[in-house]
Design a binder for this molecule. Structure first.
Ligand code: GDP
Ligand code: GDP
Length: 471
């Protein structure tokens, strides 16, 4: 049996491993992500390939990318044995595994076998549905939910579709950054490729996977009623989703923009049946749902106004970096609608300054009146959360902000703030560089965050501002 190669760990770069059965497109993806300018290890057809690896950049983060393709030829007897042997050592050292399947071939027994094995390894996995070019591909990719490895990300490595999102998803899953961040000049490798085809992967392409939505709120706010209302009016697909909570189900809705996956609906049903303490409901179950969601609908019983507990849930949403839509349910039972809406908005604006501009929708889940306003608002919130501000515009704005109010003195010396860049979206996250920038007082940080929110139209989403001191 061939010797298993091991991943060199001579540096501290996060390791991203591409895995999957033969022929799903691992090498093609590897080459795409590395881009042409990076030095590649020899890849001679017909000869047993060594594991390929290369250093590359994803959204400003340096990573070591490892391709396990071709190793299976060198090892063991059965297909499963070969796949496993070739991937074992790589996966063991991975900070993130990109598990690829071939969407056109569908889920094969080999994929299922490999997925089951991967789930037991306990490494973070991002499920990639490759060969999903075009609209049909994106729909077919959803089949891969059945693997129980979360939401499949549909891409086409060969055609360069979905790569921008993929890089964002990878960057989002990397371990927290060591401070030495290279600012400016270091673009994502795939975009440096001067090949015209690679240029198709454009920074603005939207995620092709379903939008992940959670409905949360205090008991009796009407969450189950809302869920049933949404399902009743939409085509519903349910099915067991192994790997998550045992009895959880996948519920997909469709609006004119594509699929929306409701997360943690089983938890929702359980909570409806069992009398759980408020504490438990608002903390454990809500956090669970938040982690899986992109957009969270915080449902209130509008006849009761805003409770401290509602605000606590909103703060959890902020803390988890999700975007929030506030749903005022039981609107049919509200007598003075104008006054109620005003009172609720005031309370939210004063108590949740860190999520200023949260979108608010009022409806009756019971009668259905107004429920059709919800999903369009959810879509807009999701777009805001995904937004990227161009660096040029950001720094023109930043200079104007500095002119209007110069940065404060800290221990008698003025801070020198140099420039800003958006590190990531989901939620929008900005890095501010400057001499002793990490000492920037909170009120000045708030001044900048509020300015970002207004100027670049980022209502309701958490905004992160990271401070990086430079010499
Ligand atoms: P590996 O064995 O997993 O590394 O797979 P390869 O990268 O060698 O790809 C296997 C085959 O799938 C090759 O013929 C590729 O050209 C093809 N392929 C890779 N990505 C795509 C894709 O996104 N769409 C289509 N249609 N074919 C692809
Ligand atoms: P959950 O605990 O948040 O899932 O709340 P439920 O969906 O079980 O609803 C709690 C109660 O509020 C039930 O008696 C519902 O019929 C009622 N309810 C839900 N939505 C509405 C609504 O829009 N208007 C009125 N008047 N009652 C509602």
């Amino acid at each position: 049996m061939a010797k298993l190669p091991s991943v060199p760990t001579g540096d501290d770069l996060p390791v991203v491993v591409i895995a999957g059965r033969p022929n799903v497109g691992k090498s093609t993806l590897f080459n795409r992500l590395v881009g042409r300018r990076q030095a590649l290890v020899a890849d001679t057809p017909g000869v047993t390939r060594d594991r390929k690896e290369a250093e590359t950049v994803m959204r400003g983060r340096r990573v070591r990318l490892v391709d396990t393709a071709g190793l299976e030829e060198a090892a063991a007897d059965t297909l499963y044995g070969r796949m496993r042997a070739s991937s074992e050592s790589a996966v063991a050292q991975a900070d993130l595994v990109l598990f690829c399947i071939d969407t056109r071939a569908g889920i094969t027994p080999a994929d299922e076998h490999f997925a089951a094995w991967l789930r037991r390894q306990g490494r973070p996995v991002l499920l990639i549905a490759n060969k999903a070019e075009g609209r049909q591909g994106a729909a077919a990719a959803m089949e891969a939910f059945a693997l129980g490895l979360g939401t499949p990300l549909a891409i086409s490595a060969e055609h360069g579709e979905g790569l921008s999102d993929l890089m964002g998803e990878i960057a989002d899953r990397l371990p927290p950054q060591a401070p030495a961040l290279v600012a400016g000049g270091m673009a994502d490798a795939a975009f440096e490729d001067d090949d015209a085809e690679a240029g198709e992967a454009d920074e603005d392409d939207r995620p092709v996977g379903p939008l992940r939505l959670a409905i949360v709120g205090r008991p009796n706010a009407g969450k189950s009623t809302l869920l049933n209302r949404l399902l009743g009016e939409e085509r519903m697909i349910t099915g067991p989703e192994p790997g998550l909570t045992r009895d959880s189900v996948t519920v997909l809705l469709h609006d004119e923009h594509g699929p929306i996956q409701l997360v943690d609906t089983a938890g929702l049903r359980r909570r409806g049946r069992i009398e759980e303490s408020l504490e438990k409901m608002s903390v454990s179950a809500t956090i669970e749902a938040l982690k899986m969601a992109e957009v969270v609908v915080l449902t209130l019983d509008a006849t009761l106004g805003v409770h401290e507990q509602d605000l606590q849930i909103a703060r959890l949403i902020e803390r988890e970096g999700r975007c929030c839509v506030l749903a005022l349910n039981k609107w049919d039972a509200v007598e003075d609608r104008i006054a109620t809406r005003q009172a609720i908005s005031d309370r939210i604006e004063t108590s949740l300054a860190q999520m200023r501009g949260i979108p608010v929708v009022s409806f009756s889940a019971l009668t259905g009146a107004g429920v059709n306003k919800l999903l369009p608002v959810v879509r807009r919130a999701h777009a805001t959360w995904n937004k990227r501000v161009p660096t040029g515009a950001l720094n023109r704005w930043f200079e104007a902000m500095l002119e209007r109010h110069s940065p404060p003195l800290v221990s008698g010396r003025r801070l020198k703030l140099r420039y800003m860049t958006q590190a990531k979206a989901r939620p929008p996250t900005f890095i501010l560089f400057g001499t002793r920038a990490e000492q920037l007082p909170e009120d000045y940080q708030r001044y900048l965050v509020n300015g970002l929110r207004e100027t670049f139209d980022l209502p309701g989403t958490p905004i992160r501002l990271l401070l990086r001191g430079t010499k």
